[in-house]
Design a protein around this ligand. Structure first.
Ligand code: C2O
Ligand code: CU
Ligand code: CU
Length: 456
């Protein structure tokens, strides 16, 4: 629905049985009962209001990942949408507590004053994000703008969002998760036997295992999202096109790059997005091109396949320049903060911490000033994909050296590898309030590897 200046979407969160593995019924938590949820499409600078109705048996929180969103709509982990008709959590007086939780339905308002980008929305409930996303609560939210539209990049049926994730299934077809209750009741979201995060052995693309897509011998824009709880992928095309550079990256998490960047392989950590142009005209008609995962083994070593089905006209172009990127140049006096991502003790048990402390939604760990560029140094003991809410950042250095091949452009998630430190420049804009910094390994997040900060 669309009214003057505002686009409206209505989404019902519900339990649904769907067929993921052929011949099996799998109960999921689905936005509109589907996994992934419906793709929301917005225009930069035009408000989108998404009204969520929670018909699930558990409370939820919706976060628009990559959205430049006022704090009250950002999906703070304790800002719950309670299930429709659930009066038990109302505290007796029959009204939702002002400003912090709501019952049944909740309208999230997204001004989207940001460049075109591939965003995604997912659950963000404190301590329960990992199992709730695993059960299906994730979907794309695309933002378009004039800069992007003028570029004549591949579009329409040649512009394809690919949500990649791994899942495990029980013998009856239900999703297998260490703490999931088979009756879909609420279960604690801590997984101390799974310190590295929960991995599946089936790779799904847009909710289907190892799918095949027939393509024209033409350029395609693939919007790659790693929506896995914990798995990192090293994507490559097999066979690689002659001359290499099969993936031409055009955008990162938060929008277009300054110029196309060719890659033979792409390392993609949880929550990262890479938009690439793949030119299937570089292959003879009839070629089967496998999107492989070089970090996987056995069933997780392949993601999907493309079959180059026919010759076709191609009016798209790959411009040499894409967008103006303002380089953030923090001055000598720029505020600096350090964030150490490491194992620690959480509630008397093993868990994950930032600066030695577990997440506390009431404790502000930093108060950055709006409009000021800061340098944040992120340290990691092991692999941690670190995500910052509200505003994107630019990677300045890795271990004191220049950024890596996958760090280009505006990012909102950066893949920290074991014993690394990464400096990012970040400038928070416009919205005052409480936001998050966390590891996007969702089990790590639930095991308390999250910090709150308040923009002032
Ligand atoms: Cu994609 Cu704070 O999350
Ligand atoms: Cu986010
Ligand atoms: Cu982590």
């Amino acid at each position: 629905r669309s009214a003057a200046g505002v686009d409206h979407y209505e989404i019902t969160q519900q339990v649904r049985e769907v067929e993921i593995v052929p011949g099996y019924r799998t109960p999921i938590f689905g936005y509109d009962g589907s996994f992934p949820g419906p793709t929301i499409v917005s225009r930069s600078g035009r408000t989108t209001i998404v009204t969520h109705r929670n018909e699930l048996p558990v409370p939820t929180v919706v976060h628009l990942h990559g959205g430049h969103t006022p704090a009250e709509h950002d999906g703070y982990p304790v800002d719950l949408v309670h299930p429709v008709g659930d009066h038990t959590s109302r505290g007796g007086h029959g009204y939702a507590t002002a400003g912090d939780s709501s019952h049944g339905t909740r309208a999230y308002e997204y001004p989207l004053d940001q460049p075109a980008a591939t965003l995604w929305y997912h659950d963000h409930r404190m301590d329960f994000t990992a199992p709730q996303v695993w059960r299906g609560l994730a979907g794309f939210h695309l933002v378009h703008d004039d800069v992007g539209d003028r570029l004549d990049l591949p579009h329409s049926e040649r512009d394809i969002p690919l949500l990649i994730c791994d899942r495990a299934f029980a013998e009856d077809g239900s999703l297998l998760y260490p703490s999931i209750d088979p009756n879909l009741r609420d279960t604690p979201g801590v997984h101390h036997d799974h310190m590295e995060g929960v991995l599946g052995d089936v790779v799904l693309v847009n909710g289907a295992p190892w799918p095949t897509l027939e393509v024209d011998a033409a350029r395609y824009r693939l919007r790659l999202l790693n929506a896995s709880n914990a798995r990192r992928y090293r994507l490559a095309l097999r066979p690689a096109p002659r001359g290499g550079g099969g993936f031409v990256q055009i955008a990162s998490d938060a929008g277009l790059l300054a110029a196309p960047l060719p890659h033979d392989r792409l390392d993609i950590a949880p929550a990262e997005r890479f938009e690439v142009v793949v030119d299937f005209a570089r292959y003879p008609v009839g070629t089967e091109v496998v999107l492989t995962n070089e970090l996987g083994a056995g069933p997780t070593s392949e993601v999907m396949r493309f079959v180059v089905a026919r010759k076709a006209a191609d009016d798209s172009v790959l411009p040499r320049r894409l967008a103006e990127i303002e380089p953030l140049r923090p001055g000598a006096a720029a505020p600096r903060r350090e964030w150490v991502f490491s194992r620690g003790i959480v509630g008397g048990d093993r868990g994950w911490t930032i600066n030695g402390r577990p997440f506390d939604p009431a404790r502000m760990d930093a108060t950055p000033r709006l409009g000021q560029t800061e340098i944040w140094r992120l340290y990691s003991d092991l692999h941690h994909p670190v995500h910052i809410h509200l505003s994107p950042f630019q990677v300045l250095r890795r271990n004191g050296r220049p950024p890596g091949p996958f760090d280009a452009g505006w990012k909102d998630t950066v893949d920290l590898r074991p014993a690394e430190y990464v400096d990012v420049a970040v400038r928070f804009e416009r919205y005052r309030g409480t936001y998050l910094l966390h590891c996007h390994n969702l089990e790590h997040e639930d095991m308390a590897m999250m910090s709150a900060f308040e923009t002032t």
